[in-house]
Design a protein around this ligand. Structure first.
Ligand code: ADP
Ligand code: MG
Length: 296
């Protein structure tokens, strides 16, 4: 399988490096907004990224917006609704800002009693737990990007809020797995694409061998660095069998994993690759296999 040596060979002497001061490129100029998820906005210099944690009201506004869009999507013609969900346009940014102004007007206790509050709690809890697990099980390996810490420093960033105080940074990867696969498909480089899909499944198994399983394994949460895939977002990591079994029961009900990962279009012209990937996913992401990889 080639996995075990990847894992054992990956251990580095120390997990997080403590620097006397922040890498110079972080303070030299304005950092570019590179990506975002539900809970974080990510800014980058050439080799490093720093993350801004969104405030609870920002996250709640996003959850509300997302729910509304999901509802609206069904009534929009064709691909328009999907495009809205996948690519936040300027309109969405604007609506989101409006919502952010409204959210604090409703008492927190009200939000937290709703399904929205539940989504927030789940996200928040998973994020904290995932970070701890990554620190304990993956730090210092090639499974996650390198992380450095340093004394607090102020950096300027593009867009609101204009600046941040940071005391840690993460190695910037070349692209998210989602970006890399999309680019390779566009260029017709399907052999390489299939290679990356396999490395993705290899990485997941390498994680299981170290006692962690991601319940949030979508393609924007993984990145490519040199010749390997890394986990960018530890947010979905768990080591609890209850969570793992629940997730795997869901996986079991998914007929075409590549479609659920958003690869239907990317692989539209290559049903053979899609079929091989789905088969390998099914043979890998299941209870027996995860158990077999997990440490005792
Ligand atoms: N080390 C990194 N290098 C390059 N891009 C990154 C890195 N870490 C995160 N990103 C980008 O930022 C996005 C959001 O980061 P993530 O940690 O997934 O936050 P969230 O918890 O909000 O989902 C990712 O989907 C990815 O596009
Ligand atoms: Mg994420």
């Amino acid at each position: 399988m080639g996995l075990r040596h990847q894992v054992t060979g990956a251990a580095a002497p120390s997990a997080v490096s403590e620097l006397p001061y922040a890498p110079e490129e972080l303070t030299r100029g304005r950092l570019r907004r590179l990506g975002e998820g539900l809970g974080k906005v990510v800014y980058a210099s050439e080799h490093w990224v720093v993350k801004r944690e969104r405030s609870p009201s920002e996250i709640i506004a996003l959850i509300v917006l997302w729910k509304v869009l999901r509802r609206v999507e069904r009534h929009l013609p064709g691909q328009l609704g999907r495009r809205l969900l996948e690519k936040p346009s300027k309109t969405i940014r604007f609506v989101r800002l409006l919502m952010q102004a409204v959210v604090p007007a409703v008492p927190k206790s009200v939000w937290f009693a709703t399904h929205i509050g539940q989504v927030w709690r789940t996200y928040h809890f998973r994020n904290l737990r995932g970070e701890k697990l990554a620190e304990a099980h993956l730090a210092g390996t090639t499974l996650i990007p390198e992380r450095v810490i340093f004394p607090p420093v102020r950096v300027t960033v593009g867009g609101w809020p204009g600046w941040l105080i940071i005391s840690e940074a993460t190695e910037r990867v070349e692209a998210t797995l989602h970006q890399r696969l999309t680019e390779l498909a566009k260029a017709g480089r399907f052999d390489e694409l299939e290679h990356w899909l396999n490395r993705f499944l290899d990485l997941r198994q390498a994680g299981w061998q170290r006692g962690v399983f991601s319940v949030d394994a979508h393609l924007k949460n993984f990145g490519v660095s040199g010749d390997h895939v890394v986990l960018l977002d530890p947010g979905g990591l768990t080591n609890r069998w209850e969570d793992i079994t629940e997730r795997l029961a869901f996986e079991n009900s998914v007929e075409r994993p590549h479609t659920r990962l958003g690869l239907a279009r990317v692989l539209a012209s290559r049903p053979d690759i899609a079929a091989r990937f789905d088969a390998r996913w099914k043979a890998t992401v299941n209870l027996d296999e995860v158990r077999r990889h997990f440490p005792d």
